[in-house]
Ligand binder design. Structure first.
Ligand SMILES: C[S@@+](CC[C@H](N)C(=O)[O-])C[C@H]1O[C@@H](n2cnc3c(N)ncnc32)[C@H](O)[C@@H]1O
Length: 279
């Protein structure tokens, strides 16, 4: 299974959480004819195609962008159609205005992606410059994960250090921030956005078995692809040992006695609008 397929098969918790956010806020989005929509960090494309395409007007065009060409190829092949396209783009890029025309999108969505961009001001300014006046952005970012603490700890161990030298690139810039919601709102407002909603919530990776959870965490681990195959399984075993030793997984029993293995994270959800500047 390639990375995109693995991610798509293991991201049902994130898909469901994004669906809940869209459901909660979609009544606040106003639609017009000929909407042009971007999904930033579209991954394998299932959220773009199955969640977003279902709520937008029929004549809307959507473009999903992702830094990973593997994700984009998978998404285009599986979900591309006349109103839905995918292309490779680093959304943290300084030159985004050379790739897409300024103010060409009426809505921008982004789920579980923008925290990967260390320069938060630039990523926010990129959203601003691509949005049309009166356009809206709905953004979900991860602001804390115990998994990032594990990445940092492993990056100091001799065995993993060579593959994790740039570990900070893969940790949300809000990991140690006391009130990430206030900080993100302030960033959006200082860029010029009117923030209509901004709140923090738990967003867990949950799985029916421990091994399934391990595969879900495997699918989002950015370091595995850098190491030889024989080390990848060892790395995931070591990671899961630390997770267990530090009680980072909750196990809950459902009504029929079924267990759920839960790895909790925190996200911030923001809905904001680029109010047309008054002349
Ligand atoms: C956790 S996945 C989320 C995928 C999808 N939005 C979802 O909710 O299932 C994060 C995605 O962000 C992409 N990504 C990371 N950094 C990026 C960047 N600088 N520009 C564009 N995409 C990026 C990754 O390649 C990955 O596909």
């Amino acid at each position: 299974m390639n990375l995109a397929e693995l991610y798509e098969n293991r991201n049902s918790s994130q898909f469901n959480d994004s669906a809940a956010v869209v459901d909660q806020l979609k009544s606040k989005l106003q639609w017009q004819d000929g909407e042009t929509i971007m999904d930033v960090g579209c991954g394998p494309g299932n959220v773009t195609a199955l969640l977003l395409q279902a709520i937008v007007p029929h004549d809307a065009t959507i473009i999903g962008v992702d830094i990973s060409s593997n994700m984009v190829e998978h998404a285009q092949k599986k979900y591309g159609n006349k109103n839905l396209h995918f292309c490779t783009l680093d959304f943290g890029s300084e030159n985004i205005r050379q790739v897409f025309e300024l103010e060409s999108f009426s809505k921008i969505f982004s789920f579980y992606c923008l925290h990967w961009i260390q320069d938060q001001r630039r990523s926010t300014e990129n959203v601003w410059s691509l949005l049309k006046p009166n356009g809206a952005a709905l953004i979900v970012i991860v602001v804390h994960s115990p998994l990032f603490t594990v990445y940092r700890a492993m990056s100091k161990l001799e065995q993993w250090q060579p593959y994790m030298k740039d570990v900070d690139r893969f940790i949300t810039p809000y990991q140690e921030v006391e009130n990430p919601c206030d900080e993100y709102r302030a960033l959006l407002e200082s860029t010029g956005f009117k923030v209509t909603d901004c709140f923090a919530k738990e967003s867990a990776v949950d799985a029916p078995t421990f091994d399934f959870l391990k595969e879900s965490l495997n699918a989002v681990n950015p370091f595995l692809g850098r190491m030889p195959k024989n080390l990848q399984a060892k790395h995931m075993d070591a990671l899961m040992d630390i997770v267990l030793e530090n009680h980072m997984i909750r196990i809950e029993e459902g009504s029929e006695g079924k267990l759920t293995y839960i790895q909790p994270n925190r996200v911030v959800v923001a809905l904001c609008q680029k109010i047309r500047p008054s002349n």
